[in-house]
Design a protein around this ligand. Structure first.
Ligand SMILES: [Zn+2]
Length: 593
């Protein structure tokens, strides 16, 4: 039996009192917010096109209301996650979620009404002195104008929206609910259940028979539905192409990247720079094979322990100290805030309790300090998670401090930069202070495996995604045959000659939910590249530009924000630097061996 929430000492929990002193205070605020500006906002409907002062008023009211709603939402979701079965908090969470939904419905007319203005007028608005506070908000809207259709056409697109979601939803239903996997046997002939969650556990096992059986059984199950799964994927790709063509984009890739002003060159350079150094991944596969002492290495060997496992355990306080020590290169302004958050202001909910939400995240809102949910166990991974989430939190903190509410939320494109950055600093710190050779080998391998999974694997996914959209755009049908061929060629190219390609691996793409996300995964790889480039810069030149990056929020487009920090994602440079670092880490590992 685990601990109940009520038995957890307050010092181990987050302090939500800066948001609301009690649930009653939350209730009061919830009732108040329902009486605020809702009517005033809807009265402006139809009035925006004529007068700029209405735009200002509209933004002021809308962002003001949204900000209050976010306070309520943040408190409710944090409370809810403490114990997801708690009646009062669960109900509060449902109520605020409903109210937020009503808010987005009540304000859904704003963007289309702004976009109904002629391009010239919209540009003028974005440049007017009176609206200079909202320059970026207006600029992002004006950007969409050339890809906005007539009111009737937009209405038709919206009407078709639900029907066009069916492929994505059907994949989700099949993958999350309907698909069942047969049991699998381990090396001693014992049977085990197989599920998505258990699959990842088995793949990390030292029992190779179990790994192989889990891998083959899982993929054979997907492959037995290959006709359906390829139709679903094709349906999703066709949806992206439909919207791209309807809205006059050159390609589905351009349509996905355009709103955040990300040039398709960013995507293309990521792939080409990786290709230029793909021998480094081949080298890693060979190294892993040698370390594991295997006659041949397969996809199901890539997550298994490759070296002796070291017990690196850290108490929570030790993890905090390691993190604070590691981020010292970021200077006192960064370190002092984080120290206060971790040691005094109780940003963190530390340990597991019964029915607490699993995993980890960083949250908070504009008017609160950041909050971090952990389920801290004391392993190396938990230390990395703390550093990672603290990275997100500090990014949010600096952006909230420096930007007005409507420019504070940074884009997904840069979302994983600050988190990965901190993980890298902690890694370097631990490596420099490792007790012995075995600890160093353990750390190095974990890092290399991490880069393989968050960089190389995601670049390969990104390339596959690009290929299948291009195939469909050229009217090549996405069938099991064409898709399997494309996917297996990529596997051969990325993993190289050392990896034995099992037939089951060809079915892997059929189970990846990210292929339904419309060019999303590449951002993991660009994020980690930018983070590594920034670590090098900070260590060489100091933290000034990096702190500016953290403070920038959404005050400019993400590629521009990174450029100002000294990292040009339109060039191959950051990616190349990451790959060189990958190579250098392998040199270090081989030296240790
Ligand atoms: Zn993250």
């Amino acid at each position: 039996m685990g601990k109940e929430r009520t038995e957890t000492p307050p010092i181990d929990t987050w302090d939500l009192s800066p948001l609301y002193a009690s649930h009653e205070a939350w209730e009061e605020s919830f009732e108040n917010v329902k009486k605020k500006f809702w009517d005033e906002i809807s009265e402006l409907k139809g009035q925006v096109a004529s007068q700029p002062e209405n735009v200002k008023k509209l933004f002021h009211l809308t962002f003001g209301l949204e900000q209050e709603l976010m306070n309520l939402y943040t408190y409710a979701h944090l409370r809810h996650d403490e114990d997801v079965a708690h009646e009062t908090h669960k109900t509060a969470y449902d109520r605020i979620s409903t109210l937020l939904h009503q808010f987005s419905e009540a304000t859904a007319w704003i963007e289309p009404e702004l976009l109904s203005l002629p391009e010239e007028k919209l540009k003028k608005l974005a440049e007017s002195v009176d609206l200079s506070d909202y320059k970026m908000v207006l600029d992002k809207t004006a950007r969409l104008k050339p890809h906005t259709l007539t009111a009737r056409e937009e209405e038709l697109l919206a009407l078709g929206g639900k029907a066009l979601q069916v492929s994505d939803r059907a994949f989700g239903a099949l993958n999350n609910a309907d698909l069942k996997f047969p049991n699998v046997k381990d090396g001693e002939g014992k049977e085990h259940e197989l599920s998505h969650g258990l699959y990842h556990v088995y793949l990390r096992s030292r029992d190779r028979v179990l790994r192989e059986n889990a891998f083959k059984t899982l993929h054979k199950t997907f492959l037995s539905f290959e006709n359906t799964l390829c139709e679903l994927l094709s349906g999703s790709v066709q949806k992206h192409i439909f919207y791209a063509q309807a809205k006059h984009y050159d390609s589905s890739l351009q349509a996905a990247l355009y709103p955040h002003q990300i040039d398709t060159a960013v995507y293309e350079n990521l792939i080409s720079a990786t290709h230029a150094h793909i021998d480094k991944l081949h080298r890693f596969i060979a190294l892993r094979k040698k370390l594991m002492n295997l006659p041949d290495i397969h996809a199901y060997d890539l997550y298994a322990p490759a070296a002796e496992e070291i017990e690196m355990k850290f108490t929570y306080d030790e993890a905090v100290d390691v993190t604070l020590e590691a981020v010292k290169p970021l200077g006192p302004s960064y370190c002092n805030v984080l120290k206060r958050g971790l040691k005094q202001e109780r940003w963190i909910d530390r340990y597991e309790n019964n029915r607490k939400r699993s995993g980890a995240y960083s949250s908070g809102c504009y008017e609160s300090h950041p909050y971090i949910l952990l389920n801290y166990q004391g392993f190396l991974n938990d230390v990395m998670t703390l550093a990672h989430e603290a990275g997100h939190s500090m990014h949010t903190y600096f952006s909230n401090q420096s930007q007005p509410y409507h420019d504070s939320r940074y884009s997904i494109f840069v979302a994983e930069v600050a988190s990965t950055f901190n993980e890298e600093l902690v890694f370097r710190h631990l490596l420099a202070n490792a007790k012995d050779k075995n600890e160093r080998i353990f750390l190095l391998l974990q890092k290399l495996d991490g880069i393989r999974a968050t960089f190389f694997r995601q670049v390969m996914f990104a390339e596959f995604e690009k290929q299948i959209h291009e195939m469909a755009e050229k009217h090549i049908p996405l069938t099991p045959t064409t898709l399997r061929k494309a996917y297996s060629e990529l596997n051969a190219h990325y993993f190289g000659p050392e990896l034995t390609l099992d037939a089951e691996l060809e079915g892997e793409f059929m189970r990846v939910p990210h292929f339904y996300y419309d060019f999303y995964v590449y951002q993991y790889s660009t994020g980690i590249s930018a983070a590594f480039a920034l670590v090098d810069k900070v260590l060489k030149e100091g933290p000034r530009q990096y702190l500016e990056f953290l403070s920038a929020g959404a005050s400019d487009y993400p590629v521009e924000v990174l450029k100002k920090a000294g990292v040009d994602m339109c060039s191959e440079e950051p990616v190349t630097a990451l790959l060189q670092r990958f190579d250098a880490l392998m040199d270090q590992l081989e030296n240790e061996l």
